[in-house]
Design a protein around this ligand. Structure first.
Ligand code: URA
Length: 211
């Protein structure tokens, strides 16, 4: 499956670390460490289009006009709870980013996502906003989270995940064709329980050691 707004980061280090994360015998501590490492590499790709301006500086040798990030600090929005694992690594790379959280659960009757928490930074209209959730499965909660984030003013949004299912990519392309997706892998499909296969299991359980 191809999609003009999907980027699969096929860097050897990303792919190697992802394989270690997929292995069922990888420990919680190992999974968390790998997630932090891989999130730094994915952050490199998702921030590729941050605008630059020039600033006069002095090196020990001479003056120069040096590139520096332009505009307001970017915003990271974690979709609870698994998004927090991806966000921690990115914050190491971009410590000045503003941070927001969106919590959604699936209504057992309607199967639709329902918001239970939302806290977003101000000034989203002027910030690149990176929404993070490790698993793009059905895409329903990601699309609903982006609805909320757009309603709060964000216009320049990117979605960062570790694994994507074709179903989730299609749902996002339909609901938010203006939101580019960056992922480490486009997996085969969803199973009947909504898990990505081959996948890595429940990302939240694996990073927090829950069951
Ligand atoms: N969420 C997960 O944590 N894993 C999946 O495979 C799908 C959704």
């Amino acid at each position: 499956m191809t999609s003009p707004h999907l980027t699969v980061v096929d860097h050897p280090l990303v792919q190697h670390k992802l394989t270690l994360m997929r292995k069922k015998e990888t420990s919680t501590a190992g999974f968390r460490q790998l997630l932090r490492e891989i999130s730094l590499l994915l952050a490199y790709e998702v921030t590729r289009e941050l605008p630059l301006t020039r600033q006069p500086i002095e090196t020990p040798l001479q003056r120069m006009e040096a590139p520096t990030l332009e505009g307001k600090k970017l915003a990271l929005v974690s979709i609870l709870r698994a998004g927090n694992g991806l966000m921690d690594g990115i914050l190491e790379l971009i410590p000045s980013a503003r941070v927001g959280f969106v919590g959604l659960y699936r209504d057992p009757e309607t199967l639709q996502p329902v918001q239970y928490y939302s806290k977003l930074p101000s000034g989203l209209e002027d910030r690149m906003t990176i929404v993070v959730d490790p698993m793009l499965a059905t895409g329903n909660s990601s699309a609903a989270a982006i609805d909320l984030i757009k309603a709060a003013g964000a216009k320049n949004i990117r979605f960062l995940c570790l694994l994507a299912a074709p179903e989730g990519v299609a749902r996002m392309a339909e609901a938010h064709p203006d939101v580019p997706i960056v992922t480490a892998s486009l997996d085969e499909k969803l199973d009947s329980h909504g898990y990505i296969v081959p996948g890595l299991g429940d990302a939240g359980d694996r990073m927090f050691g829950t069951k």
